[in-house]
Design a protein around this ligand. Sequence first.
Ligand code: MN
Length: 442
Amino acid sequence: MKKPLHPIDFSHRRKQFLTKIKKGVAVFPAAPEVIRNNDVHHEYRQDSNFFYLSGFEEPNSILLFANQTKTPFQMFVQPKDTTKELWEGKIIGPEGAKKKFGADAAFSSSDPSLFNEAFVKALLEADVLYYRLGLNEDWDRRIFSLMKKAVRQLGRTGRGFWPIHDPNEILGEMRLIKTRAEAERLERAANITAEAHVSAMKIAKPGMFEYEIEAALYHAFRGQGAGRLGYGSIVAGGSNACVLHYVANNKYLEDKELLLIDAGAEFDYYTADITRCFPTNGQFTPEQREIYSAVLKAQKSCVKMARPGKSMKDLHNHAIEVLVEELKNLKVLKGSSASLIKQKAYLPFFPHGTGHWLGMDVHDSGRYFSESYDTPRHLEPGMVITIEPGLYFGESSKGPSKYKGIGIRIEDDVLITSSGNKVLTTGAPKEIEEIESLCQST
Ligand SMILES: [Mn+2]
């Protein structure tokens, strides 16, 4: 049995959020259901901010926050419906929303006028609206038309529209610093994902197809209780590794080529994000070893550097410095390091960033800069980041021909702590000897 996790305190999150919006009103529509074909839907996943504040997973729902009303947290949810429940499973309903999800008041969402009236009423007493524009055009139109209605109700006051703020600016900050319960879920996602990468190393052989490994990863994720993928798995053999967002996963794995896997399990709405590369036949070629060692050196050095007071930009600059030195040693680049860095001579080989915030979304919410968006912000205890430098020599690469087709990225998930950091993904080995011995075992 895995040790039980501390529960997520949704009511505490709501209290914090309500304090921050002051006299504002905030609206969160549930993620829309998306039709796949005819009457079949794509797999449903609740919107991250919606879930963060409610823990509520049903579609066709709305959260309405308004401090100055007697019911600061209102939910509009699907009504109970025995026929629908027969086909699709239990519906919580308004009563359940109050009892189990802490709503101060809850109503049916199937009668749109119930939300519309509550929203206009709350807006009339508010000074600002928190609503994320641009996610859903139907919703944008609905909100604008209700605001117009509210303005009309004000009469001739000379007052204009309510300013609209993106609630993600508040929630991004809240989500950025992980609580113990959140860190535990990320660690569980990381453990599940690491174990899946290890099993991929064990089973991959020349002659298999990328999708067989993709299927093995999914088996390992779901078999350990992960709800779903955190993002589409990248299972890229040979030069496919140089396609940064490769998704086809349908190539035959050749002897003497590397397999790059970038895949993460989502556990309880928190996702891991791990990348590992290993030789299909169990042994790195000398060229693969050279590039791998260069990336590993940069990656480990960045992990060492990750601590409060440093920024993501510092880590990226550091990765660039190490990789430029390594590329010079490998005779890929020539010249003074300072001018190579200034000219961005590394970009054809290292075209992406060194990491990102990680949490409910794989590229999680939260500012990367100071509040005025001008200087990189410092890392703080509780943040979880990825560290993922890479080097790529694609088919059209201008690098030495002996490196052609090699693409390497090594990615760990790192929790920033007061004394430095804790790597959550140590379960997936990254040292050459460990990888080779795992690949050679079955
Ligand atoms: Mn990543």
